[in-house]
Design a protein around this ligand. Structure first.
Ligand code: H2U
Ligand code: ZN
Length: 345
């Protein structure tokens, strides 16, 4: 019997994080009698007087949003990070390590329209969001070492408000996840004299097994080492370390490929697709970051339908992450759905 990655259990290595993941493709037909999420695809009004993100409305802290027409950024009223924090000056303890940090948190409303999502917005309006990401990144990068731009979408992901919005958390320290990617990209750079993600992209463009969308400047694919069933990675074709380096043509193409990818996501189960997405690029500060390649991660939780979600529990918490459907099968399914949004058909 010969090894067949479509039928036999195997492990795949994530070169960005150094973690292995267990792939169990033979398991896909197992019955499911567990939890089903309730999908409430309620019709939302374009303006909701109760929404704290809609234009002109009062937020929880009593401040009023302006009557914004495109995007709107404000400092999170419940920021997890604060700009003024005294340095920790206690005695260092090898086993009880602690460090203080400074930071700030912001909320970005993507659109004044309460009823839209990025997937349903026009490309020109998505471009405005891209431009705000760049502006915010530039501004916060002057003060903070790490600027995490992300979107947490859908009630299933714990998002508290359906109004289309994302967040930015900027900190004086480098968080754990990008710190891991920093070390591994640097090691690869030192050993191969090329960028890990540039070499990876070339591999994917040759194989074409996991590529979903190709733009002039961007490529969307399911990574070989994807953990989440329909996880994707968006990569620029050119060497780019940080968001702030994107030229106008790359910003425009980013808006177009985001639209196409998000329409595919929504069409997969004909539901507004939940996910966490976020940007990773070179940290700010002194040093050579030639090993870094900018990228955008999408981590969606849905597994086999609009109501069955993947849980990262059991073996995954105690041993390592596991998936059933292979990344190649996931890419194929995303490629096969129509490219017109189901609500627009
Ligand atoms: P979600 O993406 O989890 O829905 O979070 C929305 C953010 O908006 C959340 O971080 C903030 C919350 O702290 N928020 C405000 O800053 N002001 C408000 O009036 C309500 C919510
Ligand atoms: Zn709203």
């Amino acid at each position: 019997m010969e090894f067949d990655r479509n039928n036999h259990p195997h492990r795949r290595y994530n070169p960005l994080t150094g973690e292995w993941i267990l792939v169990s493709p033979h398991r896909i037909n197992r019955p499911w009698q567990g939890k089903r999420e309730v999908v409430v695809e309620e019709q939302r009004p374009p303006y909701d007087p109760q929404c704290y993100l809609c234009p002109g409305n009062l937020r929880a802290n009593g401040q009023r949003n302006p009557d914004y027409q495109s995007t709107f950024v404000f400092t999170n009223d419940y920021s997890a990070l604060l700009p003024e924090v005294p340095a920790f000056s206690g005695d260092p303890d090898e086993l009880l390590r602690l460090e203080s940090l400074r930071g700030t948190c912001r909320v970005i409303c993507f659109s004044p329209r309460h009823d839209l999502t990025l997937a349903e917005m026009e490309v020109d309006d998505i471009l405005q969001v891209v431009i705000v990401w760049l502006e915010q990144f530039r501004e916060l990068s002057r003060t903070y070492r790490w600027v995490q731009i992300f979107e947490n979408k859908g009630a299933m992901m714990g998002c508290s408000n359906p109004h289309p919005h994302g967040q930015i958390w900027a900190s004086s320290t480098l968080p754990s996840e990008p710190a891991r990617e920093d070390v591994l990209q640097k090691t690869y750079w030192q050993q191969n004299h090329s960028r890990l993600l540039m070499d990876y992209l070339q591999r994917e463009l040759t194989l074409k097994e996991r590529v979903i969308e190709e733009g002039e400047h961007w490529v969307a694919l399911v990574p070989f080492w994807a953990v989440w069933p329909f996880e994707t990675l968006l990569l620029p074709r050119r060497e780019i370390r940080r968001l702030s380096e994107l030229n106008r043509a790359e910003q425009e193409d980013l808006a177009r490929i985001l639209k196409r990818l998000l329409v595919r996501y929504d069409n997969l189960f004909e539901v507004s697709f939940p996910y966490t997405m976020g940007w990773h690029g070179a940290p700010n500060g002194e040093g050579d970051y030639s090993h870094w390649q900018l990228h955008l991660h999408f981590y969606p939780p849905l597994l086999r339908s609009a109501t069955v979600k993947k849980f990262m529990v059991g073996y995954e918490m105690l041993a390592e992450a596991q998936r059933d459907i292979t990344p190649e099968q996931a890419a194929e399914r995303l490629k096969q759905v129509p490219d017109v949004h189901y609500k627009a058909r």
